[in-house]
Design a protein around this ligand. Structure first.
Ligand code: PGA
Length: 236
């Protein structure tokens, strides 16, 4: 199946993201859904909150899994855990987001345990992904292979630069992430990108060589990808 690409005006990006997510999720009775953080999906979560409040969306059957986390204090306002505290609401009747514990004494064991929990849930049915300026998916930085699994990774300079806008001098050097193997195993994948800063990397990911140098390029080989872009991110 060719990749489905939806290009929408910036003002419709959040709404289109939610509509596509709901359309993918409804295919599965209790979908395990990989969820991203960062700037890109904020509008999606806010719109989802409005739709749940208006009884236009129901996420009670979803089994949400965070796709990554910074190795830093759990309670830090810039952690992904804090992000989900802001944008994933208990009052939706939703299950809490399964998350990596960045304060686990043995981070490699924590990554393995998280992968095991996801495996016990049957793996992801839907993976919602942003794309890093360097082509990363979750924290699968350039150089990550298709077979990579959940693990501790050293963050690349581009990811640290992006994180620094929130973390400042506390910017983590490492992250915990699901691997490309777990993400690409989802039968349905939704990639989100908006804004002019993502145009180059989106073009590279969708039309460039398939290579670990641009982890998002592996999506070209996946049969169930939907890409939601605003016009600026689609410009390349
Ligand atoms: P951003 O991050 O939404 O903050 O640009 C995307 C990503 O790095 O996956």
């Amino acid at each position: 199946m060719p990749m489905r690409v939806e290009i929408v005006p910036a003002a419709r990006f959040a709404r289109a993201s939610v509509e596509t997510l709901l359309e993918l999720a409804v295919r599965y009775p209790e979908p395990a859904i990989g969820l991203p953080t960062g700037r890109t999906p904020v509008g999606m979560y806010e719109e989802l909150a409005r739709m749940v409040a208006g009884a236009r969306a129901d996420v009670r059957s979803w089994r949400p899994f965070a796709i990554d986390e910074y190795v830093g204090p759990r309670a830090q306002a810039c952690s992904n855990r804090a992000f989900f505290g802001r944008y994933w609401k208990g009052q939706w009747g939703a299950r809490p987001v399964e998350q990596f514990d960045p304060e686990a004494p043995d981070l490699a064991a924590e990554a393995e345990a998280f992968e095991r929990r996801l495996g016990e849930a049957g793996g992801l049915q839907v993976a919602v992904l942003g794309i890093g300026a360097n082509g990363h998916l979750a924290f699968n930085e350039p150089g990550s292979t298709r077979e990579s699994t959940a693990r501790v990774v050293e963050l690349h300079a581009a990811s640290r630069a992006s994180a620094a806008s929130c973390w400042g001098s506390e910017t983590p050097t490492h992250g915990l992430t699901l691997g490309l193997r777990e993400l690409l195993a989802a039968p349905a994948i939704m990639l989100l990108a908006d804004g002019p800063a993502k145009a180059g990397v989106v073009a590279l990911a969708l039309h460039g060589a398939v290579s670990p140098e641009c982890p998002a390029s592996f999506l070209q080989e996946h049969p169930g990808v939907t890409v939601v872009l605003d016009e600026a991110a689609a410009a390349g």
